[in-house]
Design a protein around this ligand. Sequence first.
Ligand code: SF4
Ligand code: SF4
Length: 354
Amino acid sequence: MDITINNRTVSLLADETILQVAARMGIDIPNMCYKEGLGHINSCMICMVKNVASGEFVPACSTKAVSGMVVETDTDEIRNMRREGLELLLSEHVGDCEAPCTSVCPAGLNIPQIIRDLQKGLLVGDVAAIKEQVTSYAALCINCDAPCERVCRRGRIDQAVSIRLLVLYFAGIDLSDTGAAVPPLPAHVRRKFNSHFGKLLPGDKDIFLREASQVGRIEAKENTAKGFVAEEAVPESLRCLHCDCRKLEQCKLRDYADEYDAKQVAFKGVERGQFAKCDEHDSVIFEQGKCIKCGICIAITEKCSDAVGLEFSGRGYDLFVGVPFGDMLSDGLKMAAAESVQSCPTGALAWKNG
Ligand code: SF4
Ligand code: SF4
């Protein structure tokens, strides 16, 4: 009762899949639509491995390991197949990983996250506690010519968010404080795959503005030499469109795109699909364009017996995840909300406040 994976042979336990045996051997097989205890959904096919005896490619997450099997999990042939599968998923992906402001920041500051943290702190009246989360790179903002503001999406609608002053306010750095030391730039800046959906299409603007204040840009009038005061920072922070991904560092699709050098090829010369964001749930954001239709959230709502839950609608390329009968997301995701957000392999389901 042995199986050989990548030239190593181990004994089989009862009822194991190839994925489970490999995990026991410390061999990592990529997967996105598999979650222990939810059954086999078999939609992403990123876990394909080769059964050497038959020459067939099989999904490791749902294929039972059989005695005598010889399996390869990481050859060039398999890696190419995975890259093509990822590129297919990315071809339908509508939504950014990093927001434009973060992509051009010399220190790679996660600006929309800083703005959300700023709002959380201001709302609970404890900015000091969250200031510690900001790296010392915010000191760069003092002498920076703010490329973030030149590419800010809000600027395509009216005026850019006053990012530089908000970051300085959040970090508690005075505009006149020119002596702040800045450490070497972090190595992670622009290391990873980044989805970018480019210019706003008709209809995108209204979707983004639902999450933002409609007022024009607020200038630091009261205390110009020091930057913003709270009465200015709060309303200005509310102008951010949050056009980033709230699961920037927890997205399996992004991680695998990086690992397999997958490219987002579809949007070259082709108009992309409509951007969509459902933000009526108290705490969860759902971005349809980032969904890979893995079905994990649907299985979780069934397991948690949420009264309404989620379901697949449509067919083929038009398949999408939604709430039955066109109900609200807040009806569909109740008991299952936390587990669904945590288990969604992409940024499609994310906590609103990051
Ligand atoms: S709207 Fe907010 S997240 Fe989008 S680019 Fe401007 S500051 Fe960044
Ligand atoms: S929302 Fe997330 S968990 Fe649900 S089907 Fe889409 S990618 Fe999968």
